[in-house]
Design a protein around this ligand. Structure first.
Ligand SMILES: Nc1ncnc2c1ncn2[C@@H]1O[C@H](COP(=O)(O)OP(=O)(O)OP(=O)(O)O)[C@@H](O)[C@H]1O
Ligand SMILES: [Mg+2]
Length: 211
C-alpha cells in the first residue's frame, strides 16, 4: 500500500511547522512505520532528533536533489506514513513538490491575523497544486493558543477570508513543546507531564489522518 503523506507547510517562519511535524511523526510511529523527511535546509528536524539520548521514534531523513511524488513513494516504500517538514518558503522546490506529493497538507498558524496575512499566498498555491494532485486535503491547525483566551473576532474574520478548513483539534502554547525540542524527544516520550500535549496530537491524528 502506498504511504500516506502529510506535508506540514507555511511560508511564515516560526509558525510551528517543525514542532507539529516532529510530534505528529512520533504519534504516527506508535501506530505504523513512519519517517520524517526534513525538507528545510536549516535542518531543524534533523538537529532536534540528534539531541536525544535515544533514537527519535521516527527516523529523520533528508532528500538530496530534485524529487517528485513518484520518487518519494519509491524512496520510502517501506513506510506507511511520511511526514514532510517544509521550509519557510513557498518558492522552494521542496514546498512545491511537497504540495504535489501529499495526501494532507497541515498549515500551522499562530492565532493572530497578522500571522495569517503573511500566509495569504498559500491558498492559491494549494489550488494550483490540486491541478496535479486533485485529492489534496488542506487544513489550518491553530498553534500556540493561549489557555482561556478566546480567538479574537479579527482572527475569525481572517480565517474566513483565508477560506481553508480549520481543524477542530488545536495546539496550545505549552512549555513542554519547547522542552521536547531541547531534549531531542517528542511529547510522547515525556511521561505524564506531557499528557495534555499528547492528547492534542492524538486529536489531530484522529481528526485528519486515522479516520
Ligand atoms: N505550541 C507551542 N507551545 C510553545 N512553544 C511552541 C509551540 N509551537 C512552537 N513553539 C516554539 O516556537 C518556535 C518556532 O517553532 P517551530 O520551529 O516549530 O516553527 P517552524 O514553523 O518550524 O519555524 P521555521 O519557519 O523556522 O522552520 C520554537 O522555539 C518552538 O519550540
Ligand atoms: Mg521549521
Amino acid at each position: 500500500m502506498a504511504a500516506h503523506v502529510t506535508a506540514v507547510i507555511n511560508q511564515k517562519g516560526g509558525a510551528g511547522k517543525t514542532t507539529l511535524a516532529m510530534n505528529l511523526a512520533a504519534g504516527l510511529a506508535r501506530r505504523q512505520q513512519t519517517v520524517l523527511v526534513d525538507l528545510d535546509p536549516q535542518g531543524s528536524a534533523r538537529q532536534w532528533a540528534s539531541l536525544g539520548s535515544e533514537a527519535f521514534p521516527a527516523p529523520v531523513k533528508q532528500i538530496v536533489g530534485p524529487w517528485d511524488a513518484r520518487s518519494l513513494h519509491q524512496g520510502f516504500k517501506n513506510y506507511r506514513h511520511v511526514v514532510l517538514d517544509c521550509p519557510p518558503s513557498l518558492d522552494s522546490h521542496a514546498s512545491q513538490a511537497a504540495l504535489r506529493a501529499c495526501d494532507v497538507a497541515l498549515i500551522p498558524v499562530l492565532p493572530s491575523p497578522v500571522d495569517l496575512w503573511a500566509s495569504l499566498r498559500l491558498p492559491e498555491e494549494i489550488e494550483a497544486a490540486r491541478k496535479d494532485n486533485p485529492g489534496l486535503r488542506a487544513y489550518i491547525v491553530l498553534n500556540q493558543l493561549e489557555p482561556k483566551s478566546a480567538i479574537s473576532s479579527a482572527m475569525h474574520h481572517a480565517l474566513a477570508d483565508f477560506g481553508m478548513p480549520v481543524l477542530a483539534a488545536t495546539i496550545r502554547r505549552r512549555a513542554i513543546y519547547r522542552g521536547a525540542a531541547l531534549e531531542g524527544v517528542s511529547v510522547y516520550q515525556m511521561g505524564n507531564r506531557a499528557a495534555p500535549a499528547v492528547a492534542e496530537f492524538e486529536a489531530i491524528i484522529n481528526e485528519v489522518i486515522a479516520s
